[in-house]
Design a protein around this ligand. Structure first.
Ligand SMILES: Cc1cc2nc3c(=O)[nH]c(=O)nc-3n(C[C@H](O)[C@H](O)[C@H](O)COP(=O)(O)O)c2cc1C
Length: 245
């Protein structure tokens, strides 16, 4: 590996404060029942607003939900919607359902492979059974709306923008959890109308935000990445470096 000169990096040095936040941030799924000051939420939003985006198109719109009344209703509807989805798609419960429902569910999985991936499907099952909460009792939700007319790939811009907020929030002592499950609410016209989600905007994601309570769920392991490095000339083979060992 080339060794460049840097005033901020020396070989073998420990993580700097930014890297520490990146490495130590974990999704928080338990929050203190305490509202956050508006000024703190605005500081987090500011980190999102300053995110890079293709062509500086800034294809986003933020909605802050601070109201326990509204968040409770979102939680209730997430349970209702999850129950509905389970009735429509979960063929594992009886032999009869397996017979009639399986081909339909398989087709739906093919049409919506990301939304009906086993991970969100499993979470939906847990929410439907009241074993998990969609929003984990967070006092604040930030909804990230995507302007679908954005340059190139607006979904990538939203991811960068949201992660800027997440990193800033953790650096300020807050806990966050991305809540992709929020999408389930957009199947209900009630919520699309309530939040005014219509073309050119769509709900891309949600970040739950609050003071963390207790210990986080535990570290989720990361895969070692086999990274291909091209260091030589056009005819030299690349080297493969195991990143993360
Ligand atoms: C785009 C996105 C959507 C996510 N949606 C959910 C969700 O709906 N519910 C949830 O509990 N966790 C959700 N997560 C959190 C992931 O499960 C978590 O980031 C992953 O397991 C790694 O754990 P860590 O964040 O603690 O490092 C989501 C994460 C991302 C990036």
């Amino acid at each position: 590996m080339a060794s460049g000169k840097s005033e901020k990096w020396t070989p073998g040095m420990g993580w700097n404060p930014v890297e520490k936040v990146i490495m130590q941030r974990r999704s928080i799924r338990s929050f203190r029942n305490e509202p956050l000051p508006d000024a703190l939420i605005q500081r987090v939003l500011e980190a999102g607003r300053f995110a890079p985006s293709a062509g500086n198109s800034q294809p986003w719109k933020f909605i802050v939900v601070n109201s326990p009344i509204i968040i409770s209703e979102m939680e209730r509807d997430a349970v209702r919607a999850s129950k509905f989805f389970m009735r429509m798609h979960d063929y594992s419960r009886t032999e009869k359902r397996r017979h009639y429902l399986k081909p339909y569910t398989k087709l739906m999985i093919r049409l919506q492979p990301n939304d009906l991936h086993p991970v969100p499907f499993g979470l939906m099952q847990q929410i439907a059974r009241d074993n998990a909460r969609a929003f984990y009792g967070a006092p604040t939700l930030i909804l990230l709306l995507e302007d679908v007319r954005g340059v190139a790939n607006p979904s990538t811009d939203i991811g960068i923008c949201g992660q800027n907020m997440v990193i800033a929030a953790h650096s300020l002592g807050l806990g966050t959890c991305w809540i992709g499950m929020v999408k389930i609410l957009t199947y209900m016209s009630k919520w699309r109308k309530f939040f005014g989600i219509k073309y050119p905007y769509k709900l891309n994601n949600c970040i739950a935000l609050g003071w963390p309570k207790g210990k986080f769920d535990g570290e989720v392991p990361r895969e070692v990445q086999l990274v291909t490095w091209f260091d030589g000339g056009m005819h030299d083979p690349p080297k493969i470096v195991r990143q993360g060992e």
